[in-house]
Design a protein around this ligand. Structure first.
Ligand SMILES: Nc1ncnc2c1ncn2[C@@H]1O[C@H](COP(=O)(O)OP(=O)(O)OP(=O)(O)O)[C@@H](O)[C@H]1O
Ligand SMILES: [Mg+2]
Length: 316
C-alpha cells in the first residue's frame, strides 16, 4: 500500500521556541490516522505545515509523493482542510462559501454546482443554503467547514479537532460522517486531544508531546505497552471510610477513585474478587457494580506524556 503522507525530521521554530523536534511518521493510503496530544503539543503546527499553510524550519513533507515545498500546488490539489477555527465568511451564505471555495480550487462551474448541492444535502444544510452563516449553530458551522474541505473531492482530509465544542449528538454524527468518508476511500488525518475518539476511530495513532513523537501504533498495541494491564472497577452502596485499605488485598497494585467508583489495578483480576467480596461482607457493603477493565488508551497517553515531561526536566 502506498503512502498518503510522508513526514521526515520535521522541525519548527517560532522565534527561538522549538515547537516541533524531528517529527517523523507516515500515513498509509486509506487510513484514519490520529494525531493525539495535550494542549500545546504541536498538533495544529504539524497540520498547518502538512497542508502548506505554514513553512517548516527543517525536514520534508510529501503528500502522495509530491513535496509540499517543491510542488505545493500538486500536493494541495489532493488535500482537503478542516481547520480548528472557522474559516467561513459569516456574512455570506452557505452556498456562497462553498462555491467560493470551489472557485479557489479552480473547479468548473457546472461540476462545482452539482458538488455543492450534493454536499449540502449530505450534511443536512440544503434547506439553509441561502442563509447567512452568521445565524448558524456551532454544529451547522462545523458541517459547513467539512463540506468546504470536501468540495474538490480530495484524497486526503485533514481535520483539526473536528468535534471540539459540539454536543454529544452532533459529535457522534460528525464522527460517523468522517468514518463513512474513510469507507469511501478518503485518507483521514485526525488531530485530536480526545483519547476515546482516537481509540474508537483511528487505525493508527501518533502521540505527540512537547513537539516530539512519543509513540506511533495501533490503539490496541499501544494499550499492550503499559505494565498494569487490567483493573477491577467496583461501586458500593455506601462511600468507604478508608479506600486505602483495599491496597492490602494481595495482588492489588494501585487503588484510584473515579467519582463513586473505585478502580483496583492488578495483573490478575480473577484473584481479587474473592477477597473483595469478603471485605464487603466485613464492612457491611453491597455491590452496585463490578467490572473488569482492560487498560485504556488514556493510561498509555498519560504514561508516555509523563515520561516525555520528565525527560525534558532532566535535560534542563
Ligand atoms: N504563531 C505562533 N507563535 C509562537 N508560538 C506559537 C505559535 N503557534 C503556536 N505556538 C506555540 O507552539 C506550541 C504548539 O502549538 P500548537 O498550536 O501546534 O499546539 P496544539 O497541539 O495544536 O495545541 P491545542 O491542543 O491547544 O490546539 C505551543 O507551545 C504554542 O504556544
Ligand atoms: Mg491545536
Amino acid at each position: 500500500m502506498g503512502m498518503a503522507i510522508e513526514v521526515k525530521d520535521l522541525v519548527k521554530y517560532y522565534g527561538k521556541f522549538l515547537a516541533l523536534e524531528n517529527v517523523s511518521f507516515n500515513v498509509k493510503k486509506g487510513e484514519i490516522f490520529g494525531f493525539l496530544g495535550p494542549n500545546g503539543a504541536g498538533k495544529t503546527t504539524t497540520q498547518k505545515i502538512l497542508t502548506g499553510i505554514l513553512k517548516p524550519s527543517g525536514g520534508k513533507v510529501s503528500i502522495l509523493g509530491y513535496d509540499i515545498e517543491k510542488d505545493p500546488l500538486l500536493a494541495k490539489k489532493f488535500t482537503g482542510i478542516v481547520p480548528d477555527e472557522t474559516n467561513a465568511y459569516i456574512e455570506l451564505s452557505a452556498w456562497d462559501n462553498l462555491t467560493l471555495m470551489g472557485n479557489l480550487y479552480g473547479m468548473p462551474g457546472k461540476r462545482l454546482e452539482e458538488r455543492a448541492d450534493e454536499l449540502l444535502k449530505m450534511f443536512d444544510l440544503y434547506q439553509r443554503r441561502k442563509d447567512r452563516v452568521k445565524g448558524f449553530s456551532r454544529g451547522m458551522k462545523r458541517r459547513l467547514l467539512l463540506a468546504m474541505g470536501l468540495i474538490h473531492e480530495p484524497d486526503i482530509l485533514f481535520l483539526d479537532e473536528p468535534v471540539s465544542g459540539l454536543d454529544v449528538q452532533s459529535a457522534r454524527l460528525m464522527r460517523k460522517v468522517i468514518m463513512d468518508l474513510n469507507q469511501k476511500g478518503i485518507t483521514i488525518f485526525l488531530t485530536t486531544h480526545n483519547i476515546e475518539e482516537a481509540n474508537q476511530m483511528c487505525h493508527r495513532v501518533a502521540i505527540i508531546c512537547k513537539g516530539k513523537i512519543a509513540a506511533i501504533d495501533r490503539p490496541e498495541s499501544l494499550k499492550k505497552t503499559i505494565k498494569v494491564t487490567q483493573s477491577l472497577e467496583v461501586a458500593f452502596d455506601k462511600p468507604l471510610e478508608n479506600v486505602e485499605e483495599l491496597k492490602e488485598i494481595p495482588g492489588v497494585e494501585e487503588v484510584k477513585t473515579h467519582g463513586d467508583k473505585i478502580r483496583l489495578f492488578t495483573s490478575d483480576p480473577g484473584h481479587i474478587i474473592k477477597p473483595l467480596v469478603i471485605y464487603s461482607q466485613d464492612k457491611n457493603l453491597e455491590f452496585i457494580s463490578l467490572n473488569t477493565l482492560g487498560p485504556s488508551l488514556e493510561e498509555v497517553f498519560v504514561n508516555l506524556t509523563e515520561e516525555r515531561r520528565q525527560d525534558i526536566n532532566e535535560k534542563q
